[in-house]
Design a protein. Structure first.
Length: 153
């Protein structure tokens, strides 16, 4: 990831706040924060679901794994270590390897999907922000700086 996410300020805030009129800054802030939280929650849910689906689809356990232990490994990657400790050695290594390869395949697929979505959204953002002025004109005249004026006299 090129930019680390932060929990305090959503990334698009500077662009959003510069393009919103001053009297609408509160609404812009609320919309930005809501979109950030909703996007994060949905992103975690979707990416996690893709990872889980690929893990389940790609997992092929070797022969010799009892059905109840196989069900535990299919249910959760984290259960693999506990299940593998109770199996004889060639089967235990094969179970760990199969689970790790399936899990990494799920991560790879979910990250490639996330990257594709980010590229599409970047193109949409670039195209939709072309018409937004860099500075929003306001009717409020600039206020003199009292500190600067007191140091002049």
């Amino acid at each position: 990831m090129l930019l680390p996410p932060t929990r305090s300020t959503p990334f698009p805030s500077p662009t959003l706040f510069r393009s919103a009129p001053a009297e609408r800054a509160g609404a812009a802030s609320a919309i930005s924060a809501t979109a950030y939280e909703l996007g994060g929650s949905l992103g975690i849910a979707v990416v996690g679901s893709v990872l889980s689906a690929v893990y389940h689809a790609e997992l092929t356990l070797p022969a010799g794994v009892p059905p109840d232990l196989a069900a535990q490994v299919r249910e959760s990657f984290s259960a693999t270590a506990a299940v593998a400790t109770g199996l004889p050695e060639p089967v235990a290594t094969a179970v760990r390897t199969a689970a790790e390869e399936s899990f990494v395949g799920g991560i790879r697929t979910s990250m490639l999907g996330s990257a594709a979505v980010m590229v599409v959204l970047a193109v949409v953002a670039l195209r939709s922000l072309r018409g937004v002025p860099k500075v929003i004109e306001t009717d409020v005249p600039p206020q003199p700086d009292p500190v600067a004026e007191s140091t002049r006299g």
